[in-house]
Design a protein around this ligand. Sequence first.
Ligand code: DON
Length: 606
Amino acid sequence: MSDPARPVPAGTNLGPCIAMTAQRPSRSRKLPGIPVLGVPFLAALLALTPAPAAPPAADSVARAPQAAEPVRAAHGMVVSEHWLASEAGRDVLAAGGNAVDAAIATGFALAVTHPSAGNIGGGGFMVIRFPNGTATTLDFREKAPLRAFPEMWLDESGKYSSRIHHNSLLSVGVPGTVAGFDKAHRLYGSMPWERLVYPAMAIAQDGFAVSEGLARGLQRLTTREGAHPATVAAFSRNGTPYEVGDTLRQPDLAKTLNRIMLGRRDGFYRGETAKLLADEMRKGGGLITEADLELYQARERAPLRGTYRGYEIITMPPPSSGGVAMLTMLNILEGYDLKAMGHNTSPYLHHVAEAMRRAFRDRAEYVADPDFVDVPIQRLISKEHADELRRTIDPRHASTSAPSDVAQGYESLETTHFSVVDANGMAVSVTYTLEGGYGVGVVVPGAGFLLNNEMGDFNAGPGLTDDTGLIGTTPNLARPEQRMLSSMTPSILAKDGKLVAVVGSPGGRTIINTVLQVVLNVVDFGMNIQEAVNAPRIHHQWLPDRLRIEENGTSEATLEALRAMGHTADMGGQQGLAHSIMIDPRTGERLGAADPRNPVAGARGH
Ligand code: DON
């Protein structure tokens, strides 16, 4: 099934492909508000805490994770949402590129093969751990255009409009992905830039086989009411939906990638691409101008670091809330013997859900773009703060979430995560997104790429908090050049100075909880990385006060036990796509675990 991306050795003369826009491809591809206590109170609190309720007998029939083995490789590994993109990254590793090089190649290839979330029109985060144990992050989150303002989601009558907020050109943030990849490459890449963009361009030009999931997604995108003409042109055959096995070619996207290959970030933020994007904005009532594009800068930020049972967690700081919230949850859970409770039993799920509830409450209250808002990060991720929160957890009864405080907003389930480890042990964890599936659904005419609707991650407007799900708190309001709050949680685990695992997931707010549970599965339950990824997951986000368990995620008896504790619990659906890598501590092999929730995801090593 494998058809490696057309090989372009490092340093290859790229003349022919640079002229590619005027040529036919050489061959057709057949590619398938909490005070901190100054003293650690943990021991005292544990002594005071009543024991958790014993699991009902039938809890033991909670579904055990299927035995499953990851893909093994001696040198390097890439795991992503599409096997072709994993192969593009793997080939870069095999040709001597490092993990940052491979991540860039994979990210560009996903922009072609996974158009619902892979992107150049969106943004995201990259966490890098170097072989010597130092680490950094790149923030290439979209930001608000210069003309943004907090009340921009109100219609003419002054009423909040979800359509304007999530589904209009006003919902498009200034894209960050190309600037992020450019910066990552300048700072830490080792291969020629052209070598990293080329595979994506080749796939866009030559095409690839449409999978069942993609066929379904593109049909919905191109046949929905008000489908944008350029989107219909790019993702259907003159209005006829693609079928499984058809070849999807994206010639306009190939031209844009060619400009990026030649001009790096200027190939996107200036010249032809910038003009096409800004023209579409002017035509459709969007705010982004050439000046916004010119101004965009990716930011290098120090990672958040925490510990969990002797493991070091390296993760993304704000403007993602993911790292802060996950570390808060881990700190709370460190005070319990989760293993003794048993995986996915009712006491276990209860305690995990209560930790989630509390971390999400903090998130709503405190976290936003740190360039605009003073976020008390160190306090929120401190062990002392977790001790305080843990003390409020009743081991036998669910707490309640107070909607009078702050509420959640719209959340879609489209983003994508990929993990990379190279032969030297450099590790890269990337999550990037268009926000909604296919973003705002608008392809930039002539440029072939989809625009994000990330401005929807800003709060609805000043004072617009209510219990229907709107948030109007101040920190995360749309302001010129502010980055909208995210939940993306690309993370890396280490122990005793050695790399252990690379993890992350899509899924809006569920991201944080998915990544948390992969970590718990590895650390507390000793699962191998594939079992840890496969295992059923749960989600609680404070508001709405609801505990969701994945389809077939537990037994009816456990569900009933949770309800008896006071949880509004139900089971159904899927959560996350946590493409992860672990290092075999014995052999040093790279163990790649593609999440089986998407059949075209792939782990590829060498
Ligand atoms: O940045 C965020 O947290 C959201 N815009 C991500 C959206 C998402 O994950 C949807 N996912 N699958």
